[in-house]
Design a protein around this ligand. Sequence first.
Ligand SMILES: Cc1ncc(COP(=O)(O)O)c(C=O)c1O
Length: 385
Amino acid sequence: MAADPIRTRALFRVFAGSREPLPWAKLGEFPTPVTPFPGGGGIPENLGFVKRDDLSSPVYGGNKVRTLEALFGAALARESRTIIATGAYGSNHAVATALHAPRVGLSARALLFPQPVSWAALENLRVTLALSDAVQALPHWSCLPFSMWHHARRRDLGGVTLMPPGGACPRGALGYVSAAFELAEQIEAGVLPAPARIVIGIGSTCTTAGLLVGLELAKQLGLGFRATEPALVAVRVTPWPVTSRWRILRLAERTARLLAAWAQDPALAVSAGQLGERLELDAGYLGRGYGRVTETGRAAMRRWTEAGLPQLDTTYSAKSAAAFLARCERAEGPTLFWSTKSSAPLPGVSAAQLSQAPRRALRWIVEAERNLPRELPAGYERLEP
Ligand SMILES: Cc1ncc(COP(=O)(O)O)c(C=O)c1O
């Protein structure tokens, strides 16, 4: 694999003078394009834009590719052989890890806990189970801290890097610092006008925290956002306290400090107070909780299909898209939707490929198949015929 992320990632263009390059693994294809969102149905022309991180990799795209580039790079630099993802059964972070880790010579594992059933979660779980080297299916999310503690001490895995859910740590957030710089470069190049606001789904806080830092530093460096400073509208898909303002800003502040230490420039260590000024949290689209389908989300999915854009998922992108559409209708200046769910087709998984999977996960799959009979596509191989 071509490994020249230094020239192809906006972070390294902006800080070209920094002494030591940060370890980075090249997984995705950047910059991702920006497409206009078509007007009509209450939405004015030329006000909506979509940042297509769904296209970040043909292997598996979405927002987690940027996060994993930084985290895999760090894992390889410390000579880990195993990388462990953590999260809910349908985690995009876990499926992205299963698909991308072998490309850079890492063995992928996952520690997963149950969530409400949906087609997107079912599809992801099957691929994660089939392609990871091992998956532990936990009975409940509260078991995760102990399982992580245990895996961090395992000597038999040849050096382990454990990622928190969503990769939400300062290293992981650097991927979206770079993404904000990438957007700033696209604004400079006239690809889109500087948006008045950016709308994105927030789950583990990693993506939002990185964007907050990147947007603030881009402004300070005079890149892209000279006249307008975009608000960052983070649409909750995971409830408080996981997505509390305090947690987001603390991660953002730690990310800024990491960057300042690396670039040897204390001025980059922006404070949580400064970073919080542009953050707007929107809890109006979460519905009954994480992974629960909402009617406004379903309506956004239909609107997306009419617009010829790739299908949204009910857990994350449909909820944030509903918030985006509502803001476009208010016509308060250019609004950018950050498209975070991969649009790359997932590989098909046969029942035989799941024969070694943990029984708890298999029971969840059977229950999901019973609950979603109309959503299972042609060619889907059920566990229980
Ligand atoms: C498709 C999608 N959108 C948005 C998010 C939210 O990103 P974060 O967890 O970094 O807050 C996730 C998280 O996994 C995701 O998978």
